[in-house]
Write a protein that binds this ligand. Structure first.
Ligand SMILES: [Zn+2]
Ligand SMILES: [Zn+2]
Length: 266
């Protein structure tokens, strides 16, 4: 069970953007490096219609990669109604395991807040209709994210709070609604004391690991391009925080990913 090549631990990167231009030149090598350190599955996320089309091509070409389709809050304003219809059709593909990332980003506000809210509510209901778990992106919008998830009864499908960056009270509310909390490489950053404190108190069986590659590379690669193989540094940091061996963190979080995304082969 703990086996992995090079004595590594079996891990899942539950959130990467392999379709982005940063990976255009060397995607096969990126995926190979992940395999070599024991990453048994990569879940890759499309953010608008074109990016979701590319995402489906990738999961069609590489074993052990899975897709999340949806409209990112940054793209809420430039998506057309018929794009969502196309995405719903595409989501019937057997390797599509969740809907998202949807939510609110009031930090960058690349789409007007009111349009973000509408697209968010709409996509919660699409996920419910398709019976897919949700992947939620929330930045400087915790209160409103929780309010909308509650109002739209998102707990019927639940899913993942990706790139979690809020406080303990928010984590508890998300957990109460049945969501998993996904921890990015940010946890390795010197300034991430609050996140490390929150992770100390989270139930291990509700934690997922992610890179959000190509963004947010963990220490010792901070500032460089991130890639799925680096998810092991996040696992290592969580192991240190919790006083566990990395093999225990790997086994539990991989099992969590298997449940969340219905990866029954793991
Ligand atoms: Zn995101
Ligand atoms: Zn993302």
């Amino acid at each position: 069970m703990m086996a992995g090549s090079q004595g590594g631990n079996i891990l899942v990167d539950t959130h990467a953007h392999l379709e982005m231009p940063e990976f255009e030149k060397d995607l096969p090598q990126v995926i190979q490096r992940a395999k070599e350190v024991g990453i048994t599955a990569i879940v890759t996320v499309g953010t608008n219609l074109l990016s979701c089309q590319k995402t489906l091509e990738i999961v069609g070409s590489y074993k052990d990669t899975y897709a999340i389709l949806g409209i990112h809050p940054h793209h809420a304003a430039d998506v057309k109604e018929e794009d969502l219809g196309r995405l719903k059709e595409m989501a019937h593909h057997e390797k599509v395991k969740a809907w998202g990332e949807t939510g609110l980003d009031f930090y960058r506000n690349l789409s007007p807040p009111q349009i973000q809210r509408e697209r968010f509510r709409q996509q919660i209901n699409i996920a419910k209709e398709l019976k897919l778990p949700l992947v939620i992106h929330s930045r400087q919008a915790t209160k409103e994210t929780i309010k909308i998830l509650q109002q739209e009864k998102a707990w019927e499908v639940a899913g993942v709070i990706h790139c979690f960056s809020a406080d303990e009270q928010a984590a508890k509310k998300y957990l109460d609604m049945g969501f998993y909390i996904s921890i990015p490489g940010v946890i390795t950053f010197k300034g991430a004391q609050q996140l490390r404190e929150v992770v100390k108190g989270l139930p291990l069986e509700r934690i997922l690991l992610e890179t959000d590659a190509p963004f947010l590379a963990p220490v010792p690669y901070r500032g460089k391009r991130n890639e799925p193989a680096f998810v092991r540094f996040t696992a290592q940091t969580i192991a240190e925080i919790r006083g566990l061996d990395i093999s225990e963190v790997a086994a539990i979080t991989t099992d969590n990913a298997r449940r969340t995304f219905d990866l029954d082969y793991i």
